[in-house]
Write a protein that binds this ligand. Structure first.
Ligand code: IMP
Length: 183
């Protein structure tokens, strides 16, 4: 059994859909943990170790973000703060008249057992910042994140479609492959 520590129900729905194809039981607990200032990896390492010790369970945590090339990686590690403050319309303003729309979602999974040191698994997906929000599915930056192959934003994709190739799918799949050989 692995416990996903998150308060984000969208992340839980996505993770459950990915885990159901594998022989690992996934539980989830909304345990707040201190989010230190740092890289996605540092936040995930700290959070996973903290939660595994606190709950005496094997846990995963996730730290994710949207990295926009022309903004030198912003909002990156500040993604949740930017989402809560200037939100998608604020990002569109920053991208006004910017022709390089390339961006990347990154997800880092941190895993830790009560008696081990934490490990991380990085997943990425490339896309573009759309010129307007599109779609009501998903959450946060999803309506802004355009994927050429589908000619749709993440906000227009079902969980199943997003889970075929998202940053979260990639990081969780790496974790699952590693976990399946270790445990
Ligand atoms: P967190 O700190 O891991 O929760 O992620 C930081 C922020 O990145 C979230 O609050 C969202 O604003 C954004 N984010 C992470 N993953 C996604 C995603 O799959 N879709 C849209 N926004 C995301």
């Amino acid at each position: 059994m692995v416990t996903f520590i998150t308060g984000n129900k969208h992340k839980v729905i996505e993770a459950e859909d990915i885990f159901k194809n594998f022989d690992i039981n996934l539980d989830h607990i909304n345990l707040g943990y201190p989010e230190i200032q740092g890289t996605l990896e540092e936040v995930a390492l700290y959070g996973a170790k903290y939660a595994s010790r606190k709950l005496n369970k094997s846990v995963i945590v996730e730290d994710a973000g949207l990295f926009i090339n022309s903004l030198k990686g912003f909002p990156g590690v500040y993604s949740s703060y930017v989402q809560e403050t200037i939100s998608n319309q604020g990002i569109l303003k920053l991208m006004n008249n910017v022709s390089d729309r390339n961006a990347e979602f990154r997800s880092v999974i941190g895993f830790c057992t009560p008696n081990s040191e934490p490990k991380t698994f990085l997943g990425k997906v490339k896309g573009e910042i759309a010129f307007e929000e599109k779609g009501k599915l998903g959450f946060a930056f999803d309506p802004l994140f355009y994927v050429k192959e589908f000619d749709k934003t993440f906000g227009e994709l079902s969980t199943k479609e997003k889970n075929q190739f998202s940053h979260r799918r990639n990081s969780l799949e790496q974790f699952i492959n590693w976990y399946s050989t270790e445990y």
